[in-house]
Design a protein around this ligand. Sequence first.
Ligand code: ZN
Length: 376
Amino acid sequence: MDKMFVSPDTYIQGSGLLEHSAEYIKKLGKHILIMSDETVWKIVGDEFADYLLDNDFEIEKVVFNGEASVQEIERITKIAKDKKVDVVVGLGGGKTIDTSKGIALEANTKLVIAPTAASADAPTAGLSVLYTEDGVFDQYKFYPKHSDLVLLDTKVIANAPVRTLVSGISDAMATNIEAKATAMKHGVTMGNGAATFAGRAIAAECERVIWDYAYEAVESNKNKVVTPAIEAIVEANTLLSGLGFENAGLAAAHAIHNGFTAVKGEIHHLTHGEKVAFGSMVELVLEDTPHDVLDKYINFWLTLGLPITMEDTHLDQLSEDELMQIGKLATAPDETMKNMPFEVTPEMVVNAMKAASAYVNAYRKSHDIKPIFERK
Ligand SMILES: [Zn+2]
């Protein structure tokens, strides 16, 4: 298997970046389709569109319907083609971004990704996670080309809900956990090759930055201020996690996350990153992680108020049969569970979910944890 390293063309990060991004975007074209959901249009979208209009761009505004589905990609692609735009800008969260990738490919335009939250590691990746219109995991869609430009405005992100940053930290924390498993297996990365040392180093650096700066970044976010810590965590959540997972992962944590879509219920009120926290915890249990190492992660997740038990994720309300559905989907042949260094069966997934919960609940009883963030 060939080693491979993939990435977007350019990544730019800075405070107030969207307000001075014309010089970067104009290299790609002047006729722009901006897609955002209704909320994001109000928060930053309209202002951003006005700024570009003032800088001689031609703008088409599109309201994203909220689901990253094949149907939504088709709908907006038609608009992009009819208007003959040069550039598609995906402005918003993970699903907006993932949809914009599909549109740029189908409409054959340049692609700019402008996340309004550092909530997941989708921005730099050359793939989308697509869902059915009902929100069930549909497929990983792989693209022949990455985005042309990723714009991370840390002022926008410092003003986003704290829950989005915490979710992104959790998604980023999974990166090295899964990269290490994939390396042990000599598995195929999401970039569809063997991992390079570069990819593995980025995943490891992602974890280091999180240990060093996560709590300070959350405090910055609570106070809506851009600080070196929030700059560090924005880079960890997007660039390091994004390049890390694509060039060195994924493994059990995300396979289990995808497994959750086999069932209905309250778990789906959780964000991607929150579900990945429990997936990561379950992966560590599957790997038979020594308790001193495991405790450090548990303390971290609980300090951030992340859900890492069946009770926290509402999976305790499910029947044995439903839990087994999760186990089956998580271990489906094309799932990234295949990057675990040993074979994982549906029963092992279910048992590890239960064991993880029991252990965390015991940990909670014997430790005084003071979360710095709590979901409402
Ligand atoms: Zn993820």
